[in-house]
Ligand binder design. Structure first.
Ligand SMILES: [Zn+2]
Length: 212
């Protein structure tokens, strides 16, 4: 049997629906890459994980984002009378390696406009959402990959995200065996768009499963 356990990366507003669809009912830990609304507004739904598990959920985030989480969800940190069910966040700094679900999750930073965003690498798989610049100190984390999942928000240049041309240039430079574009806007009609892409570049989609 392979490793078990789940690491939730970011908590989108529709996280609860996604977890229910995928029948994921327990989370060992959560990693918040940054605190834009589309990445943290589902955190309240972590309450069910806390209630069922009877404990707080470990949440990894860099210090500046821990402050945001405390401000957005103050009730996750104050004492409440028994019988009141609230989410409980055990905030932790992002270490270089997170051991979760039997996996070694290596972390690094990329830039999203002027904001740092945590990227992850597990074996030969890497995931970087919300990025428009990969600093030289992080680039080696993205070499020799089987699979790269990377931001591609739209066709026109964007101040805080890679747009299609920029994403393709990064893929060309890093040469992963396979790349999946994510954070896609409505501009990308899935089926027709994929026909025009090289074979090793695909569009990510809800429920996509990868082995690594
Ligand atoms: Zn963002």
């Amino acid at each position: 049997m392979g490793p078990s356990g789940n690491l939730q990366i970011d908590c989108a507003p529709e996280m609860r629906l996604q977890l229910t669809r995928e029948q994921v009912y327990d989370l060992e830990a959560v990693l918040i890459t940054h605190t834009h609304a589309d990445h943290v507004m589902g955190m309240d739904d972590l309450r069910s994980v806390c209630v069922v598990g009877g404990k707080s959920v470990p949440v990894y985030a860099i210090p500046r984002y821990q402050e945001d989480i405390r401000r957005i969800y103050p009730y996750a940190f104050i004492d409440t009378p028994p019988g009141i069910w609230v989410p409980r966040f055990d905030l932790r700094d992002v270490p270089e390696v997170i051991h979760v679900g039997g996996l070694e999750v290596r972390t690094f930073e990329v830039m999203h406009g002027k904001y740092p965003v945590t990227g992850i690498r597990v074996n030969d798989f890497a995931f970087i959402t919300d990025v428009n610049h990969i600093p030289p100190t992080s680039i080696e984390m993205l070499w020799r990959l089987d699979t790269l999942v990377i931001d591609c928000v739209r066709h026109e240049p964007h101040p805080n995200h890679y747009h299609f041309e920029a994403t393709m240039a990064v893929i060309e430079e890093l040469r992963p065996k396979k790349a999946y574009l994510t954070h896609l806007s409505h501009e990308f009609d899935h089926n027709s768009y994929e026909e025009g892409l090289p074979d090793h570049v695909r569009l990510a989609y809800d429920g996509l499963r990868l082995e690594f």
